[in-house]
Design a protein around this ligand. Sequence first.
Ligand SMILES: [Zn+2]
Length: 266
Amino acid sequence: MDESEARKLIVEIGKLLYERSYVVSSDGNVSIRLSEDRVLATPTMMCKGRMCEDDLAVTDMDGKPVSDKLASSELAMHLLIYKMRPDIKAVCHAHPPHGTAFAVAGLAIDKPILSEVILTLGCVPLTGYGTPSTDELTDAMKPYVAHHNALLMANHGAVAYGEDLWQAFDRLETLEHTAKIAILAKALGGANDLPKGAVEKLIKIREKAGYLKENARCQACGYLHEANITCDLDVSYPGKATSNGQKISFTREELIELLSQAAKVG
Ligand SMILES: [Zn+2]
C-alpha cells in the first residue's frame, strides 16, 4: 500500500476506534507495515479520534524513527507481531470495554458459543500481564502470536492483526462484540456452548473457505482442547511441545492421571 493511502486509512480507523469507544484519551495504537523495513504508526500521546495524516510516525523494523514524529511507546507489540507473522500487514491495539473486562477478570474469550466467531476469528487467548512498553509485555505475547489473530493482554486491553488494516479492525470489533454477547448471556443465566462436534465442522469450513489457515488450530487455549482436532504443524508453545520441538499428546485418561498425581504432590 502506498504511504499516503496508508496515512488516510489509519486516520479513518483512529476515528472509528474513538467513536466506538474502543479507546479514550490517548489510548491505543495502530500501524501498517509499509514495506519490509518500514512501519507507519500512530504517534505517542495523541487521541486516535483527532489525528491528522501528518501526525503519523514512520519507523524501521526496530522502532527507530525515520521521520520527525515519535511513534507510540507500545510500538514494540506491533513489531513483534510483524516479525513473527510475515502474513500480517496491520495491527490494531485498543482497550474496548467488554473485551478489556475479560482481560481484567483474567478470562480468555475461548468458549465455543458463536459459530461465526469460530469461522472468522478463532479463540482469543489471555496473555500474562506485562508492563506496557517493556519486554515483559512482548515476552508474554510471544507464545500466542503465531496461532492467533487477536489477543487479550491481562489487566490491559486487546490487540488484533490482519492482512490489511480493515481486517485487523474487524477482528478487534468481533472480539469486542463476542465479549459483549458473552457478558449479556451471563446476565441472562449463562451461555450455552455449541453442540458437540460443531467446532470440528466449523474448522473444516473455515479452512476450506480460507478464512483461517491450519496454523490457527494450534491454540494454546480454548475450545480446540475439547475438539477432536490435531494439527500436523511443527509448533512449540507452552503445553504443546517439549523444548526440542517434539510434540507430546496424552489421552484423556493419561491426562487425568497426571493431573491427579500433580495434585497429590502439591
Ligand atoms: Zn494499551
